[in-house]
Design a protein around this ligand. Structure first.
Ligand SMILES: Cc1ncc(COP(=O)(O)O)c(C=O)c1O
Ligand SMILES: N[C@@H](CCCC[NH3+])C(=O)O
Length: 463
């Protein structure tokens, strides 16, 4: 049974009073600028992004289609760089959110560094000509091959995450007569206000060394004792899609306090403090993300104050935003295939993608905004569920949304804020080829990732 009742629409006359339904928006055609890419607008009723209409995009590149507003991406990258420029802090774009060769080049051109967390992400960065010394390498279980490659290409820094890794890195570095710079990843015990799957600073999880158990201090000691590893700093990342400053602030205070403790107990001055990523973005109306400038002021202020009161030099600060750079500029276009009214319950609008191009709804219960994009309609709002084509009833893209009641097969719908963690988490479930990713700018579209074909899928099947 539905959780929601439709207030008035013809398709949902029966009222299911378990909970209040979401209210229909005043205007189903509106593109809320907080949620949609900077250049998104309607022209003669059709949604356009980067000056290109969705109809033309779908005709040229088929659907589903990831569309990325290059101007929006670059502006957000610059926004972070500028927000942290006073302190000469480093901004590392977290490539896990979305990484292609073109994206890596934009990141470089906008003056950001790059955080990678696998050999695959590292290869994309290197293939794009990204300077290795501007790359930070993450991962809680980096393989020998990944660490060896990071050393061989000379990545700027490695963030160590386990005692096994410290030993492994020391051995690999000694074999190569190299001395990589490392940061120790610390878990500060902060309970970030976000989905439990994306919170990363509480003690009971796989990342980092806990401050509370003494593991973090032990890691610092071991790295110091290792002859082929240079300890340059500490790293803390509390989680992702976070809206309130409190979690960031408490973590910054604790990790700076730890830096001061290292200074007083071990006589070591650490030069770098990386406070990770995690800034939330607006997925639906009412989401109220923090501005890079305000978070920069608050974090830098805390680090300076804590250092001053402990009498330690202020370290160079780094942050690692991913979602907040690539998320808002991306949309996904789908073509409606079937519209099924489940009498008295709701209407299921099925599109030609689903959980293989957006797993976030199924995985985290994420919310999204979706509009009819190929045309405007004055039909009344119909409470709908946007679902995919996969063989899974949890294959939902948007649980509850209002679409015009005349939505029909052939229409294009657009889902907003899919630039982060959608393409990068895409799969081939049900042997569905992954969509193309195109960048739009100044009226033209450029393919960044071509659509996968069935031949691509069969190529791997060598049995
Ligand atoms: C270590 C680290 N840095 C940065 C990020 C980027 O996070 P976000 O995309 O939320 O900014 C993540 C992902 O949560 C992460 O694990
Ligand atoms: N993949 C997650 C965020 C995790 C980021 C990596 N630590 C998301 O879509 O929200």
């Amino acid at each position: 049974m539905s959780r929601y009742a439709h207030p008035a629409g013809p398709r949902h006359a029966e009222v299911l009073p378990e909970e209040n339904p979401p209210r229909p928006p005043h205007d189903l055609t509106e593109l809320d600028p907080r949620v949609w890419p900077g250049t998104a607008t309607r022209v003669d009723g059709e949604v356009t992004v980067g000056g290109v209409g969705v109809g033309a995009l779908a005709a040229a590149h088929q659907t589903p289609l990831f569309v990325l507003d290059e101007q929006d991406f670059r502006a957000r990258a610059r926004g972070f760089r500028d927000a942290f420029s006073d302190a000469e802090a480093d901004v590392y774009y977290a490539g896990k959110a979305l990484l292609t060769k073109a994206v890596a080049r934009w990141v470089r051109e906008e003056g950001l560094k790059l955080d990678v967390c696998s050999g695959g992400e590292l290869s994309v960065a290197l293939a794009a000509g990204f300077p290795p010394e501007w790359i930070g390498m993450h991962g809680n279980n980096k393989s020998e091959e990944e660490l060896a490659r990071a050393l061989d290409v000379g990545v700027g820094r490695i963030i160590v995450d386990s005692f096994d890794e410290i030993e492994r890195l020391e051995r690999l570095a000694a074999e190569r007569e190299r001395v990589p710079e490392v940061l120790v990843r610390v878990t500060t015990g902060v309970e970030a206000h976000t989905h439990e799957f994306v919170a990363t600073a509480h003690d009971d999880q796989k990342f980092g060394f806990a401050l509370s158990t003494g593991a973090a201090m032990e890691a610092v000691r071991r790295v110091r004792a290792a002859r082929h590893i240079a300890l340059v700093g500490l790293h803390s990342h509390i989680g992702s899609q976070i809206f309130d400053t409190a979690g960031f602030e408490v973590a910054a205070r604790r990790v700076t306090g730890f830096l001061a403790r290292i200074h007083s107990e071990l006589g070591i001055t650490l030069a770098e403090l990386d406070l990770g990523g995690g800034l939330g973005i607006a997925y639906v109306a009412g989401d109220d993300p923090l501005e890079p400038k305000s978070i920069a002021e608050s974090l830098l202020g805390i680090v300076r104050r804590e250092c001053a009161s402990a009498g330690v030099p202020v370290p160079r600060v780094a942050v690692e935003p991913g979602r907040a750079v690539s998320g808002p500029g991306g949309i996904t276009l789908y073509r409606v295939g079937t519209v099924k009214d489940v009498e008295g319950i709701r209407t299921y609008v099925s599109v030609d993608g689903g959980m293989s191009d957006n797993i976030r709804t199924a995985l985290y219960g994420s919310e999204y905004t979706c509009v009819l994009a190929s045309r405007e309609s004055t039909a009344e709002p119909m409470l709908s569920r946007l679902v995919g084509k996969h063989c899974e009833s949890g294959d939902v893209i948007v649980h509850d949304l209002y679409l015009p009641a005349d939505v029909r097969p052939g229409d294009l719908v657009a889902v907003a804020a899919t630039g982060a963690y959608c393409y990068s988490m895409a799969s081939n479930y049900n042997h569905v080829p992954r969509p193309a990713l195109v960048a739009v700018r100044d009226g033209s579209a450029r393919t960044l990732m071509r659509r996968e074909t069935e031949e691509d899928l069969l190529r791997l099947d060598v049995g």
